[in-house]
Design a protein around this ligand. Structure first.
Ligand code: API
Length: 279
């Protein structure tokens, strides 16, 4: 059987997108591996599966699988790619579409050119919602790593778990080593995406993210949202922040607790393709 897919990216965070709006698509672990593997398959950070809505309050459902095959509840850059995919494939002519993931309902809209805006919903700050093992909610937590060294972090859920570490310079931050150490910490029962945030000034930051289920990506949309939320909770950022990531730039707006986080950024289609499956 030939499986058709669309290769896309949002600021370098790349995706294989499958249109399952007309027929059910339940990928096996072997197929997810073939789609994500950059040498033996197509290659991507996440696989996005677009489905017909399961309830009338949204236009589409959408499933998200990390490169390691784990299914997750949120993907910021993927949501922008989904908005572009729906437009380009004539699946909706609405100016704004609503989509449901495992954990969230989002509103996506085209801004101009290749830019799309997503209402990511309000951040979830209660540790139990992340999940993160903490006695009580705090703006700052101190994590004790394997060799006893303390690490100050912010913890936020955007519908997926994020730990944010403020660093002096993202270029020299130990992203892989520290990212893996935090992901392995028992306080994060479902692991975590680990953001390394460099605050340039109150409206500009630089960010690198070591993603759960992938490793470091060139951009992480929910990571950018989580980083700005933490930066604002720590009193160091204004309501609208430009976030420079390795693959481009995202703009994040958050007016404060209980309010939605708005993310604006690029989405690109790279090519259409198909693979034989089962091989
Ligand atoms: N790795 C994430 C999912 C993808 C998030 C990222 N690609 C984004 O743009 O938000 C997780 O396991 O929660």
């Amino acid at each position: 059987m030939k499986l058709h897919f669309t290769k896309m990216h949002g600021a370098g965070n790349d995706f294989v997108v499958i249109d399952a709006t007309r027929s059910r698509f339940a990928p096996t672990p072997a197929l997810l591996e073939r789609l994500s593997d950059r040498r033996f398959g197509v290659g991507c950070d996440q696989i996005l599966v677009v489905e017909a809505p399961s309830a009338p309050d949204v236009d589409f459902d959408y499933r998200i699988f990390n490169a390691d095959g784990s299914e997750v509840g949120q993907c910021g850059n993927g949501s922008r790619a989904l908005a572009r995919f729906v437009r380009e494939h004539g699946l909706s002519d609405k100016a704004a579409i609503r989509v449901r993931t495992q954990t969230s309902v989002l509103e996506l809209r085209h801004v101009d050119g290749n830019r799309y805006r997503v209402d990511m919903g309000a951040p979830r700050l209660d540790p139990a919602d992340v999940p993160f093992d903490a006695a009580a909610r705090a703006e700052r937590y101190t994590l004790t790593l394997a060799h006893g060294e303390p690490l100050e972090i912010g913890v936020v859920s955007m519908g997926n778990p994020h730990a944010v570490i403020v660093v002096a310079d993202v270029d020299t931050a130990p992203v892989a080593a520290l990212g893996e150490a935090v992901q392995r910490h028992p306080a994060f029962a479902q692991s975590v995406n680990v953001g390394f945030l460099q605050i340039v000034d109150r409206t500009h930051v630089r960010l690198r993210v070591y993603e759960r289920g992938v490793g470091e990506t060139l951009a992480c949309g929910t990571g950018a949202c989580a980083a700005v939320v933490v930066g604002r909770l720590w009193g160091q950022l204004d309501e609208r922040v430009d976030v420079q990531v390795r693959g481009g730039e995202l703009t994040i707006e958050w007016s404060g607790e209980g309010q939605p986080v708005l993310m604006t950024g690029p989405a690109e289609t790279v090519f259409e393709g198909e693979i034989e499956w089962p091989k």
